[in-house]
Design a protein around this ligand. Structure first.
Ligand SMILES: Nc1ncnc2c1ncn2[C@@H]1O[C@H](COP(=O)(O)OP(=O)(O)O)[C@@H](O)[C@H]1O
Ligand SMILES: [Mg+2]
Length: 355
């Protein structure tokens, strides 16, 4: 089977995968991912990768492919939500001439293009029930049918799926087939959100710094320890993708102030105590975290209202100056100077006062 002609552009180049120590870092959850990946990459079994957006599901899918026996074969990605429902079937399974109005020729689908390679189905929960049953057939016996074809075709393909939703919930709602779930979920890799692997933030940040310095031919300096502390404390709703974009911007702008104030701004919009989905919930612990978080926001607001004059802010808060300095450090808040916002960013500048 070939992948030449107009379809070849759909077969993705593998692109750059960061070095393993960067990808896996040092958290326990990522160690499990690495161990499982090493075990399953070589075996042709379906893998389901789940985790929030931006946690590295694409990278892990590509790593699986690059360590599989079919690594020299194609890696074909299908971003299910990006293709409108009616087109998805023909994109995936292809069609025969005359299968429907406008089918002037035959067209192979992406399943065929992935022959002897990896088919990566991103956001699998977006497949409708009809397509789910076609996919089930493919997983069961390696066969599928082009739209309008009389006969089934056979392919050998490794299927990797990704989702940022909990498929068990979709099954409960009746929007995802349970039998398909068992088929795609032979091995499950869970990628933790970045806020659950904060210890990896500094290494990831230096990796991106070096990477974008090289890529854009820039010479942005190492991040200050103060900014690194801020990065470690931040909650990263966009995960590694958000961190990467932030560092990219720093490299291009070459100045910490802009991203520091940006982080502080993002921080202020956030008040959402973390509640573990599985495992025991400690009300006491969560409440304590929430109170700390709230205290941090209040301090930040009062500091800003007092133009970062810390003596004045301490008076406003009814605490001692020393206590405020301690809390600022403890909360990983930035120093007065770097917290200014630039007028060119469309935000009113805060005059800096000593204190
Ligand atoms: N562990 C990692 N190490 C380095 N970069 C990563 C890592 N995980 C993700 N990235 C980068 O973050 C961005 C988002 O990753 P991606 O795999 O697209 O996430 P997802 O598919 O889960 O939304 C990509 O640019 C990717 O290169
Ligand atoms: Mg993705």
């Amino acid at each position: 089977m070939t992948t030449t002609g107009p379809v070849s552009s759909l077969v993705q180049a593998l692109g750059e995968i960061p070095p393993q120590p960067v990808v896996f870092g040092c958290s326990e959850a990522m160690r499990t991912v690495r161990e499982r990946l090493d075990k399953v990459a070589g075996a042709n079994v379906p893998v389901l990768i789940h985790g929030e957006s931006g946690t590295g599901k694409d990278i892990i899918a590509r790593m699986i492919h690059s360590q599989s026996p079919w690594k020299t074969g194609p890696f074909v990605k299908v971003n299910c939500p990006a293709i409108p429902g009616t087109l998805l079937e023909s994109e995936l399974f292809g069609y025969e001439k005359g299968a429907f109005t406008g089918a002037y020729g035959t067209k192979p689908g992406r399943v065929e293009m992935a022959h002897r390679g990896t088919l990566f189905l991103d956001e699998i929960s977006e497949l409708d029930l009809g397509l789910q049953s076609k996919l089930l057939q493919l997983l069961q016996d390696g066969q599928f049918c082009r739209i309008g074809a009389q006969e089934d075709k056979k392919v050998e393909v490794r299927i990797v799926c990704a989702t940022n939703r909990k498929l068990e919930d979709e099954i409960e709602n009746g929007t995802f087939r349970q039998d398909l779930f068992y088929r795609i979920n032979v091995v499950n890799l869970y990628l933790p959100p970045l806020r659950e692997r904060r210890a990896d933030v500094p290494d990831l940040a230096s990796y991106f710094l070096e990477y974008y310095n090289r890529k854009y031919n820039c010479r942005a300096r190492q991040l200050s320890s103060e900014l690194i502390r801020l990065l470690e404390k931040y909650h990263w709703p966009g995960n590694i993708r958000e961190l990467e974009n932030l560092i990219k911007r720093y490299v291009i702008l070459g100045n910490e102030d802009a991203i520091t104030s940006d982080l502080v701004g993002r921080e202020q919009e956030y008040f959402n105590p973390e509640i573990p989905i599985d495992g025991p919930i400690s009300l006491k612990k969560i409440t304590r975290q929430a109170v700390r978080e709230l205290e941090r926001k209040i301090i930040l607001k009062v500091l800003q209202a007092n133009h970062w004059n810390r003596k004045q802010a301490a008076r406003a808060l009814g605490i001692s100056y020393r206590a405020l300095l301690y809390k600022i450090r403890d909360a990983g808040l930035p120093s007065s100077r770097s917290a200014r916002r630039k007028p060119e960013e469309g935000v009113v500048a805060q005059p800096v006062a000593a204190g």
